[in-house]
Design a protein around this ligand. Structure first.
Ligand code: ANZ
Ligand code: ZN
Length: 870
């Protein structure tokens, strides 16, 4: 008998919606649990890899509900962005139409998985009732001076004709189209996230529920460096060039100085130089290299001498001033004191251009000096920079000091003499939010020739995205070609003015959506602050590790800005974070372009949603990448059919002479009243009962601790095996037929424990168990159950285990060798025969008595005796 999943699944999906089981009243915050899944970009269809994310979330939601939590579980769509626009350029379908079609399809898919949300809270980032408030966020940042416009060198994709964020540049190419990215100057809007660099770093400490790995990635991205800013006087001029170094201990080894090609002082420094045209040509060429390329260690270092020199302030030495590609204007001061002996980039550059190499750190001699690769030994020519610790040499009064100590001493000394100052720099750059694209939220700014840059008034939001546009990119936003959009009036003086035509990075949309879910229908404000303060931080955030840096950083930043603005009262949005691994197929990430996606739709119609869910969860630890295997789905299906047949077994098992009352059938009740008479009469049942409680314990711990759903499921599988084992005793054992009470407890436990993983079959089995036992009345017409409030498993308490029952009972076996008692062995009661044999042979005394003889035969008698014959 295989189970009729088609009817069952539809029936329960409808039931959960009809009974509003996933709808939450945010006014009631008792036992609140906000479970959030990263809202998806609406691509054409979900594959099973995407499904994993939502299924994991659904397990958490159902588990928490059964544990009595008031679980908020919303869903929405990160619906702006390039793919829809690119598709529109290719296929001619308007992004709004294709996006909303995709949303409808994905929603259908989520429902067919049995994944449930409070759909009343759905948000769609591309609709005006949402992006109006994204624009409002922009205005708040603008008011605080945290949104500003500047001319900046940007990563430009010549093929997508748009600006890319640094992280959208992969190995110097556009992440979407692979075209070589170039550096281009454009007026761009930025959010001043750098103002928050230190608190974004400090507050990571408080995120106890985040994976260490993600916190490290955030930390490295922010990239705090402690060092010294040193002024190098320019030879022959009454001016200085400040440079930033983290290795002030190496200052006596500075043999030249390097400027970034964008450095603002270059222009005047090289004017009139003999090789000025040559210098300008090289600068122009370097600027066609992307910044990521320039910063990469493998990139060939290139540069040119300016003809000028600077003076090392610690020893008055004159050193040449160069320009090179490997120095970036964005970091530090855009000027570097180069120490080729102790910095590999400088070393390679010095070797290429014949510049001096001066060693100032020497490896501390150890008793048996291991040969150092590359350098550290004075006298020998360096093969590579020596970047490790050591003692100072060639450094005047600082000679002999360990370099870590020297760092502090030299910094103190420079600060006293006024030639340098300790300073902190961050890798983090301001967040470039302008996009010269159509499918995004328009930036709410107006340019007036008289009044300048004027923010759109809050009451005039949203700035609507026009629908009738030409998408083809021409290096400016398509909005610039819509006169009815561009032409407007200055909010200040009323004269005709122009609108900003750039749209916002979609990371702005996703930086605050978790706030909108709390009061998604608010028309007068972005969210209800009071309700938001009650429901946030999010108790559990779940999503892909690919968002471990930017999305999380931007959300944390916006939360802090809103907190400082008095709109909310918490500084971190996500208390706990879980990042799930990917599902791979044939060794690579599932993706449409690779053609290795597995669609859930066919699998669901063939095997049912529960099977697909079970397989997805059973495939491996959820934080790890795992390989999809279609055959595994079949196995999951067979297991569920086996679970389904337990209904039969329960029906067939005869109640004891005195049938227990309906209450006694409930798992919770029975856990209190252990039937000791039964236990003594039937050890096998005793062991089933123990197994039941042990399984509750294991499953609960596996879910609570690390979301180890795969091991939780295998524990349930073991319990199912134990149930069959007790129903169908092996002929050799003389156990009586199983007792219906213990059997029912075991089966009900299986059903309860399975619910978060396979919600449909478990609901159906629960209903049948309850109606067949007479606890519930059979629903009229076979529809959803009638009567009592506790019909759905979602309203059943999660089972509790009794530690006294779960405890392994030990028995002491007598071990005979050739008929004589030689040893004793303590093992858990009811242990498998093969396992007993194995353990008996490993026993120390047994091994002694056997003395290397080959064993002919081992006989195990119940839980009492082992006889070994040799
Ligand atoms: C001298 C020196 C000697 C350096 C040495 C390193 C090793 P982190 O740790 O990443 O902050 N630097 C400073 N500004 C730069 C820029 N705009 N572009 C490229 N490189 C720049 O790196 C700080 C070090 O990177 C600084 O310390 C500087 O080189 C270089 F044995 O100064 B150092
Ligand atoms: Zn004006």
């Amino acid at each position: 008998m295989s189970y009729p999943f088609q009817q069952i699944e539809q029936k329960w999906q409808k039931y959960w919606v009809d009974q509003k089981l996933f709808e939450v009243d945010t006014a009631d915050t008792r036992n609140k649990f906000y479970c959030l899944m990263m809202f998806p970009y609406p691509s054409a269809a979900l594959h099973v890899g995407h499904g994993r994310n939502y299924i994991i979330g659904d397990v958490v939601v159902r588990y928490k509900k059964m544990n009595g939590f008031n679980v908020l579980t919303p869903m929405g769509w990160d619906a702006f962005g390039l793919p829809a626009e690119n598709a529109a350029i290719k296929g001619g379908i308007h992004p709004k139409i294709s996006t909303l079609n995709n949303v409808a399809n994905m929603k259908r898919q989520l429902k067919s998985w049995g994944v449930c949300y409070d759909w009343k809270r759905e948000v769609t980032a591309c609709l005006p009732d949402y992006y109006q408030w994204t624009q409002w966020i922009f205005l708040k940042l603008f008011e605080k001076g945290l949104a500003y416009k500047k001319l900046g060198g940007v990563n430009w994709c010549p093929s997508c004709q748009t600006v890319l964020a640094n992280e959208q540049v992969i190995d110097g190419s556009c992440e979407r189209c692979d075209a070589k990215v170039i550096d281009k100057d454009l007026e761009q809007w930025f959010f001043k996230i750098t103002d928050y660099a230190q608190t974004l770093l400090d507050d990571l400490e408080s995120l106890k529920g985040w994976p260490e790995r993600v916190k490290t990635m955030q930390k490295n991205w922010i990239g705090r460096s402690d060092g010294v800013n040193i002024d190098f006087p320019i030879d022959g001029e009454n001016d200085k060039l400040p440079c930033f170094t983290t290795r002030v201990d190496t200052i006596f080894g500075a043999t030249y100085m390097v400027l970034a090609p964008e450095h603002p002082r270059i222009d005047s420094l090289i004017r009139g130089a003999k090789n000025e045209p040559e210098i300008r040509k090289l600068i122009a060429r370097i600027r066609t290299q992307s910044k990521t390329d320039r910063a990469a260690t493998e990139t060939e270092k290139e540069g040119i001498f300016t003809g000028r020199s600077v003076i090392n302030p610690v020893n008055g030495q004159k050193i040449p001033l160069w320009i090179a590609n490997y120095v970036l204007m964005e970091y530090g001061t855009g000027a570097v004191m180069a120490v080729p002996a102790h910095d590999q980039r400088d070393f390679e550059f010095a070797k290429k251009y014949g510049l001096a190499v001066k060693e100032v750190i020497q490896q501390i001699p150890s008793p048996q000096p291991p040969p150092v690769e590359g350098g550290g030994e004075v006298g020998k020519e360096l093969q590579a920079a020596y970047e490790d610790d050591g003692v100072l040499v060639n450094s005047g009064e600082f000679d002999g000091l360990p370099n870590r100590e020297a760092m502090q001493k030299i910094a103190d000394w420079m600060e006293q003499k006024g030639i340098g100052k300790r300073s902190v720099h961050y890798r983090l750059r301001d967040w470039l939010i302008s996009r010269q694209r159509y499918w995004g939220a328009p930036i709410p700014i107006i340019y007036c020739s008289d009044c300048g840059t004027i923010p759109v008034a809050e009451k005039d939001l949203p700035v609507l995205l026009p629908e009738d546009v030409e998408f083809r990119p021409k290096g400016e936003s398509p909005l610039a070609r819509v006169p009815s959009f561009v032409q407007t009036q200055c909010p200040k003086c009323g004269k005709s003015a122009r609108r900003e035509t750039d749209t916002m990075d979609t990371f702005v949309d996703s930086s605050w959506y978790y706030l909108r879910y709390i009061s998604p229908k608010e028309a007068q404000r972005p969210f209800d602050s009071e309700a938001v303060n009650r429901w946030l931080p999010v108790d559990q955030y779940i999503g892909g590790v690919e968002h471990a840096i930017l999305h999380l950083l931007y959300s944390r930043f916006i939360t802090k800005v809103l907190c400082d603005g008095g709109f909310i009262k918490f500084r971190e949005p996500f208390a706990n974070l879980f990042t799930q691994g990917m599902i791979v197929k044939d060794g690579t990430k599932m993706s449409k372009s690779r053609g290795n996606t597995v669609s859930p739709d066919e699998l669901i119609s063939k095997y049912g949603a529960d099977t697909v869910r079970l397989y997805t969860l059973f495939i491996g630890p959820p934080e790890k990448d795992v390989e999809w295997n279609d055959r595994g789905v079949e196995g999951a299906w067979r297991f569920l059919s086996r679970v389904w047949r337990l209904l039969d077994s329960v029906q067939r098992s005869q109640p004891e002479a005195d049938p227990p009352s309906a209450e006694a059938y409930s798992v919770q009740e029975r856990q209190k009243n252990q039937n000791s008479e039964l236990e003594t009469r039937n050890p096998k049942l005793n062991s089933l009962r123990r197994k039941t409680h042990q399984t509750i314990q294991r499953v609960t711990e596996d879910i609570e601790e690390e979301f180890h759903f795969n091991t939780a499921i295998s524990a349930i599988m073991e319990l199912v095996n134990a149930i069959y084992d007790s129903i169908d005793p092996a002929p050799s054992t003389q156990h009586p037929a199983p007792d219906s009470t213990v059997l029912r407890e075991a089966v009900e436990t299986v059903v309860l424990l399975l619910h978060p993983f396979v919600p449909h079959i478990s609901e159906e089995m629960w209903q049948r168990l309850k109606t067949e036992s007479g606890e519930w009345e059979m629903p009229a017409g076979g529809g959803s159950a009638s009567g009592g409030e506790s019909e759905s498993l979602l309203q059943q308490p999660w089972p509790q285990y009794d530690p006294a029952i779960a405890k392994e009972e030990e028995v002491s076996l007598v071990i005979q060798i050739n008929g004589k008692v030689r040893s004793r062995l303590d093992v858990p009661a009811g242990l498998d025969q093969e396992e007993i044999k194995k353990r008996a042979l490993q026993d120390g005394k047994v091994r002694e008595w056997l003395g290397g003889n080959t064993v002919k035969k081992i006989i195990v008698v119940g839980d009492r005796l082992v006889n070994i014959v040799f």
